[in-house]
Ligand binder design. Sequence first.
Ligand SMILES: [Zn+2]
Length: 384
Amino acid sequence: MKLILKIIVAIVVAAIIGFFALAPAYIDKSKNTVSIPPPHKKNSWYDSIPFIADLHCDELLWDRDLLKQIHYGHVDLPRMLKANMALQVFSVVSKVPSGINIEANDGNSDQIALLSFAQLRPISNWFSIKARALNQCAALHYFAKQSDGKLRVITSRTELKKFITDRKNDRSITSGMLGLEGAQPLEGDLKNLDEFYKIGVRYIGLAHFFDNEWAGSAHGLKKGGLTTIGKKLIRKMDSLHILIDLAHSSQQTINDVLALHNGPVLVSHTGVKGVCNNQRNLTDAHLVEIGKRNGLVGIGLWETAVCGKDATATAKSIRYAVDKIGIDKVALGSDWDGAFEMHFDVTGIPLIVAALQKENFTRSEIEMIVGGNVRDFFLRNLPQ
Ligand SMILES: [Zn+2]
């Protein structure tokens, strides 16, 4: 009897250790895959592109050392440097409903609570969306501090200008910026915005996969617009120079933002209905309106965004968007490490360059699309 008890205890202990040690990494490895594995060939001028940038990745969600190259997932510092990347925006995913889909989700369940528990993140992270979002933001600053100056966190125009100057003589440095994917980490309290500003968040997607206190999601149940406090949030974001990201917003939220706010907005990771018609992608009317306001549209690198599994598909959506709103308003918004299959990891940007050449973009146009436009947009719109 004693022996059986010992065996049962041993099995339970092994299962618990196995869960914490293996489950988070297993989820990370099995979700963040690629359709085209590396290595990827660069053309003769790829490494001379002055500023390569991407508007959206979810790397901070996972338990990784950003400074070390790993053999799975999509983004880490060594691979960013290999890809001649100047800036990656690290967006914070803080709550994801179970059974997630692009049509309709309620906000009653929370897979990130379970993931935070399995990752053994601080106990506050298991229960508070705000705590887990701040924790991810702090992680980027931690890695920057540990990086020997190779990774900088950009929060202002001044820092970005200095980084651009320094990088002219040193291609071994790169940078990151922080964004929120959905405003739910504010936990319904406008005062929390100050804390996220202070830690460096410079764009906020209003809603993610479910309708929240602030705005309706394209994938929510009601798909409503801005709420009363959502409108106050827009005004406060404006006053702080935190940019509005309309990725995942419902049609009505986009309409409400465009009615309330005159300045530029961005759509950090999206596709266009004109090429790939589904719930998450931008209509022509919204695309044009965002263009008129000097906004920036990041085109994605995954199947749901562009209806294809390679760089050619992304280049087609980029061509469509450029023809509608102009060469200076379209960028890359990969969604790397977003827990699904991407065309390729960050070292695959050369494939995008090649696909854009096939779409008859010139070298200087390609340089704008793969990062020049992001640089110029942030130089115009970040806080001083
Ligand atoms: Zn997203």
